[in-house]
Design a protein around this ligand. Structure first.
Ligand code: HSE
Length: 444
């Protein structure tokens, strides 16, 4: 097989791929499948000169490539004079960071899909790129194929983003949708997500909210100019959800979604990742399966939503190859490095708003004894903590696994999280409590 090439213009732009997993294979396939269109749009050929892999002798690959392109020597690949753009698709942060920093040091432009790398080391990577006058593009890092990075960087460049609500992890959204609609057990849906290539190589990152937190950190950088401590972002996974909560969400007019929420408070940024009840009338409530969506509220435009495939081989590869084309265009216009990534908005470290200070509505579930005065005790404690109740349902069904006579479901008006948590701690300590209370935040 001839070297992978797209286009047929005289000029060739050399590309090195680091990694040939799911996304890397998609990139190779797309460069071949859309070669003519890319040539027409770019006026040059994108030529893959080398592909760094861990095991060049691996028999089964997702795509066929010329074995002469495969190498285990990342450093040699990065220093090749015929490589203009390095495409980092290794994932993780240790090896990827060394490779990206070395690529930049060699004066190569970088395209990456690595949200963890940007969330943890974005400041250093962008600073190094700016010093060297090279581009770093990362459209595929957030929402897979949905071009939200371009929207935030270019489309809304004149606006001021106030808050964002997003479904940015396809695996979690896929799992919740299948569990809700088909009652398929969690583990079975997760295995299917892995088979379809949605999940991370370590799928706990998907279901625990870690992957979404990395993406939220990148979004907060673009929206609010805030470099956050991404590891400190509050996150709750979908693995703690109880099927009863899906049913009661529906009764109260909500749908449970794996949401990321970001809001600029000036001196601090509110950033959180957790399963959230969203009103059934919201557009985000209809975002199902592995689809992602970002709902942006900005000063001039108001609400706008961006929707599409957030995971999977070809959608993610599409975003990577679009970045390759844009960097190649910059190179051809001699404009590469002219729009430093970190300067499109002034970036500064910003503290996270403590979770006790956020304000939200809440769905609360209490497994309690079915005795006179129980409901009164719960509502009194909530009231004493300034938590006002909007709706209550009591179900006399026993909580499976607990010696409870009833389950009480409460929806509150907006309250301060610190007050809600203090009230829950008091209720949990009552003799009537049969199990720890459950809390799910509601977005309104
Ligand atoms: N594991 C990720 C997801 C892939 O499920 O959304 C895209 O980053």
């Amino acid at each position: 097989m001839a070297p992978v090439a797209a286009g047929g213009g005289d000029r060739e732009i050399g590309v090195a791929l680091l990694g040939l997993g799911n996304v890397g294979a998609g990139v190779v396939k797309l460069l071949e499948d859309n070669a003519a269109a890319i040539r027409a749009r770019l006026g040059a050929r994108l030529v893959v000169r080398a592909i760094a892999v861990r095991a060049p002798d691996k028999k089964k690959r997702l795509v066929e490539v010329d074995r002469a392109l495969l190498t285990t020597d990342i450093e040699a690949t990065l220093s090749r004079p015929d490589v203009d753009i390095v495409c980092e698709l290794i994932g993780g942060d240790a090896e990827a960071k060394v490779a990206v920093e070395s690529a930049i040091a060699h004066g190569k432009h970088v395209v990456t899909a690595n949200k963890l790398l940007l969330a943890r080391h974005g400041t250093a990577v962008f600073a190094a790129a700016e010093d060297k006058g090279v581009d770093v593009y990362y459209e595929a890092a957030v929402c897979g194929g949905v071009p939200v990075i371009r929207v935030l960087r270019e489309g809304l460049a004149s606006d001021r983003v106030e808050n964002i609500h997003g479904i940015v992890n396809g695996t979690s959204n896929f799992i919740l949708t299948e569990m809700r609609d088909k009652g398929t057990p969690f583990a079975e849906v997760l295995a299917e997500a892995q088979r379809l290539g949605y999940a991370e190589s370590d799928p706990t990152l998907d279901v625990s909210g870690g992957d979404a937190a990395h993406k939220l950190a990148v979004l907060c950088m673009l929206c609010f100019g805030a470099m956050l401590d991404s590891d400190a972002i509050h996150k709750e996974g979908i693995d703690t959800l109880d099927p009863r909560d899906f049913a009661y969400a529906e009764k109260f007019g909500y749908v449970v979604k794996p949401l990321v929420i970001g809001r600029d408070h000036g001196r601090a940024v509110e950033a959180r990742v957790h399963p959230t009840m969203v009103p059934a009338r919201w557009l985000l409530a209809d975002v199902d399966g592995a689809k992602n969506a970002l709902y942006v509220t900005s000063y001039a435009l108001g609400g706008s939503m961006y929707y599409g495939a957030g995971a999977g081989m070809m959608p993610t590869a599409m975003a990577v190859v679009s970045d390759l084309i844009e960097v190649a265009r910059n190179l051809m216009a001699k404009a590469a490095g002219a729009r430093p990534t970190r300067r499109h908005r002034a970036l500064a470290p910003k503290p996270l708003l403590p979770m006790t200070e956020i304000r939200s509505r809440y769905y609360l579930r209490f497994s309690v004894a079915d005795r006179p005065g129980v409901l009164g005790q719960i509502t009194t404690i909530l009231g004493n903590h300034e938590v006002s109740i909007a709706q209550v349902i009591q179900d006399s069904e026993r909580d499976p696994g607990h010696d409870s006579g009833a389950t009480v479901f409460v929806v509150t008006h907006e309250a301060r999280e610190g007050d809600v948590q203090a009230a829950l701690a008091k209720i949990a300590a009552l003799p009537i409590a049969a199990a720890p209370p459950r809390l799910i935040r509601i977005a309104e």
